[in-house]
Design a protein around this ligand. Structure first.
Ligand code: NDP
Ligand code: 8X3
Length: 263
């Protein structure tokens, strides 16, 4: 039987844009209650309003920086209070992250490497450690970690990002072993080229360069990933979707992307 998401509590990191914001709307449409975190409060507020309109009975949002342990812990304490002091968290979506720069290792910048590892790797560990006590008595619950095709396949200029997402995949696999027998499910959802703010952030606000990444391609949309997250979390409780690699049809491999002529 489908795992029913209505009135379940869902915590989403990086909910202010892209996959996280779309996931908030998609879980809201299932009638789930939402706890949303990210650094940009104005954006979170808008996502929260959209989620309420989409049908969520309860939506809360709070500032979260996954690169800081103290901030993560206080965010999760806030989440516990919003759930009435209980431990009813059913779905944790570790989505906050991204890439910075496209420099070769020879040209790489410490601050970019450090941010990528802080958010995509240590952020997942920190948030999961803090949230697990809220999930342990909720069989059928899910931890959904957003990985990437980059965790499976290297490409030039992405050493730290590929390493970070390969790290996320191994964290997911480790958690599945550690949580075996608890009833909790653990998945890595690994998209390829997707049109969000990802490239704009990677290229540090260079919108022209960011747009070129998607030129002539039909990329994944944030809503596609959100649909898949809902599908994975709502599988019958005895099933675990371990890993899902999702690519646009146009992206046959990291280095073979079909691009239509742009007029
Ligand atoms: P976006 O840039 O649109 O979203 C990234 C989200 O992460 C934002 O909500 C941002 O919020 C949040 N975030 C970043 N750093 C932190 C932080 N330190 N603390 C809390 N939140 C943070 O990109 P996507 O939606 O595409 O990215 C979501 C995830 O998907 C990332 O992990 C990314 O690596 C991954 N991914 C993306 C792909 C793509 O091609 N788009 C493909 C495969 C995976 P704020 O800035 O407000 O804090
Ligand atoms: C983002 C996907 O292929 O641009 O995680 O690295 S890719």
């Amino acid at each position: 039987m489908r795992f029913i998401l209505a009135n379940k509590w869902i915590l989403i990191t990086g909910a202010s844009s892209g996959f996280g914001a779309a996931a908030a709307r998609a879980f809201a449409a299932e009638g789930a209650k939402l706890l949303l975190g990210a650094r940009r409060m104005d954006r979170l507020e808008k996502v929260a309003n959209d989620a309420k309109s989409a049908g969520s009975p309860e939506v809360h949002f709070h500032k979260l920086d996954v690169s800081k342990t103290a901030n993560v812990n206080s965010f999760v304490n806030w989440a516990r209070r919003k759930m009435g002091g209980g431990t009813a968290l059913d779905v944790l979506i570790n989505n906050a992250g991204g890439a910075l720069g496209l420099d070769t290792v020879a040209q790489g910048k410490d601050e970019d490497w450090e941010t990528m590892l802080q958010t995509n790797v240590l952020g997942v560990l920190r948030v999961t450690r803090a949230a697990l006590p809220l999930m342990m008595n909720n069989p059928g619950g899910s931890i959904l970690n957003i990985g990437s095709y980059a965790g499976h396949c290297a490409y030039e200029g992405a050493a730290a990002y590929c390493a970070a997402k390969a790290g996320e995949l191994q964290i997911t696999r480790t958690l599945r072993l550690e949580l075996n027998g608890t009833g909790l499910r653990v998945s890595s959802i690994d998209p390829g080229l997707a049109e969000t703010e990802f490239a704009f952030v990677r290229f540090k606000g260079d919108a022209v360069r960011a747009k070129k990444i998607y030129e002539g391609v039909n990329p994944i949309q944030a809503e596609d990933v959100a649909d898949i997250l809902v599908w994975v979390a709502s599988r019958p409780a005895h099933l675990n979707i371990d890993e899902m690699l999702i690519k646009p049809l146009d992206q046959a491999s990291m280095h073979k992307i079909f691009r239509r002529a742009v007029k």
